[in-house]
Design a protein around this ligand. Structure first.
Ligand code: ADP
Length: 245
């Protein structure tokens, strides 16, 4: 895939696959393109070239008579229902309650009835330990609690893949553990694929099968967490890990 912002090429010749149920962590210096990859998969950004496939279906573009045609927005939204994203700054709807935040997309995008969606939302809130706050507004919650609600909201769309973009970076240190704990449980209990951008190297070690080191929009090294964190071969990986660990 290729992604440019104006003349600035952020990703070039990037090609990788995440298998069903696989957890992959992207590491690398700030500005290397990690968040852009997640935003492209979520279709929050438009690809400049190439393709992204989810479960064999190309995102954003399709071939029609040998030509590359953009999928209309309405259908594109439907094609992304299998993807959930959790953002650094939670991004909950401030004017909605916790429960309303979670049922919004299942009702409006998946077409579930309000009752069905609420039933499912309560089970998900229970899973992330937030059922007791279902009628609260996001502003009444701590950052860790908001992030747990955001995780439940992403799961409400039955994602095949969960995109986690520095989900603990905006949290006070004492709240990081509760969010990572919820994510570790989800990783242990489901086969949802995960593409993770994080500076929490222990979390990356605990949940991912593969770590990819990015620099300047390309993969400079990849391998198991054991190999990447204990015996990185690439100089840039070594320098990066020395600076963050
Ligand atoms: P990372 O997540 O690794 O820190 P990003 O994906 O956020 O990196 O950014 C990669 C590069 O793309 C940076 O140079 C950044 O300035 C640029 N970039 C990201 N989003 C935009 C945008 N909307 N417009 C212009 N440039 C952008």
């Amino acid at each position: 895939m290729v992604k440019k912002f104006g003349d600035h090429t952020v990703l070039e010749g990037l090609d990788f696959t995440v298998s069903r149920g696989e957890r992959v962590t992207l590491i690398g210096p700030s500005g290397s393109g990690k968040t852009t990859i997640l935003r492209l998969v979520m279709t929050l950004e438009e690809l400049t070239g190439g393709y992204i496939h989810i479960g064999g279906t190309p995102l954003q573009y399709e071939e029609q008579g040998g030509k590359r045609v953009r999928i209309p927005d309405k259908r594109r939204r439907r094609t992304t229902t299998g993807i959930g994203m959790v953002f650094q700054h939670f991004n909950l709807f401030p004017n909605m309650t916790v429960l309303e935040n979670i049922i919004e997309a299942p009702v409006h995008v998946m077409g579930l009835s309000k009752d069905e969606a609420a039933h499912k939302a309560e089970a998900l809130l229970d899973k992330v330990g937030m059922a007791w706050k279902k009628d609260a507004r996001p502003s009444e919650l701590s950052g860790g609690q908001q992030q747990r609600v955001a995780i439940a909201r992403a799961l409400a769309m039955d994602p095949e893949i969960l995109l986690l973009d520095e989900v603990t970076s905006a949290l006070d240190p004492e709240l990081v553990g509760e969010v990572l704990g919820v994510l570790k449980d989800i990783a242990a209990e489901t086969d949802i694929s995960m593409l993770i951008v994080t500076h929490e190297m222990q979390f990356a070690r605990d949940v991912s099968q593969r770590v990819m080191m990015f620099d300047h929009g390309s993969i400079v090294e990849e391998g198991t967490p054991e190999k990447m964190f204990s015996a990185p071969e690439n100089q840039r990986t070594q320098d990066f890990l020395r600076a963050v660990l």
